[in-house]
Design a binder for this molecule. Sequence first.
Ligand code: HEC
Length: 228
Amino acid sequence: MLKYFFTVFAFLGLIVLAMAGFRGAKSTRPPIEIFPDMDRQPKVKAQTPSGFFANGSAARPPVDGSVPLGYTMPQQKPVDGEADASPYKKIIFSGAPDYTDTGKMGENWGTGLPFDVTPAVVGRGQERYGIYCAVCHGATGAGNGIAKQLGVATVQSLLQERIRVMSDGEIFNTITHGKNTMLGYGDRIQVPDRWAIIAYVRALQKSQGGATLSDVPEAGRAKLEAGQ
Ligand code: HEC
């Protein structure tokens, strides 16, 4: 029994030695590789020539329309004759350091939307809120979305006093980068949409216990006071 063991052992030893033992030895033949891993990759290195492309250079210019990360994206050109009033004329996921892109005025969170709040903006915010936020924070902002019911226990109500008085800039930052157990949505929600969502969150807060008579346009106040 032991005899076979030694024979097989010696044989295996020879195989391993033959295949792996001479890796440091010089030879003009390519080495035998048992695990080539990623030794050779079909890639080009920076600043090297390449016969693959017609101009002989491995470096390629970026595809038309590429935008470097961290810079303001170019804005869509307004259609001829059309006033460029809508914030949605811009396609932006920008990382620019201004208030619109950070929510910060100097060192502090700023407040106020960087563009006019029109019914269209609030409508857009409502739509985006429904897509991105309602699943956790609930359709009314009460923090009772389906994800909360299914176990995301830390979801907060957006109607609580702390968030009612929180500056718009800080909420903008929460949407962009997330906060504690909430993930950031900055890579999915464009900058103007983040602000539109904030406008809608403010509307939700007002609609539930936060509105005063002064929020109602003057023409409608008399009607309200008359209890209609
Ligand atoms: C996947 C679930 C989820 C989604 C979707 C979500 N949130 Fe949150 N959000 C949370 C959780 C969880 C917290 C509490 C974070 C913590 O303090 O741990 C939170 C907290 C917040 C806060 C309070 C942050 C603070 O300073 O305490 C705000 C404001 C907020 N979310 C706004 C939004 C908005 C606006 C959206 C949509 C763009 C959104 N959230 C989408 C889960 C979510």
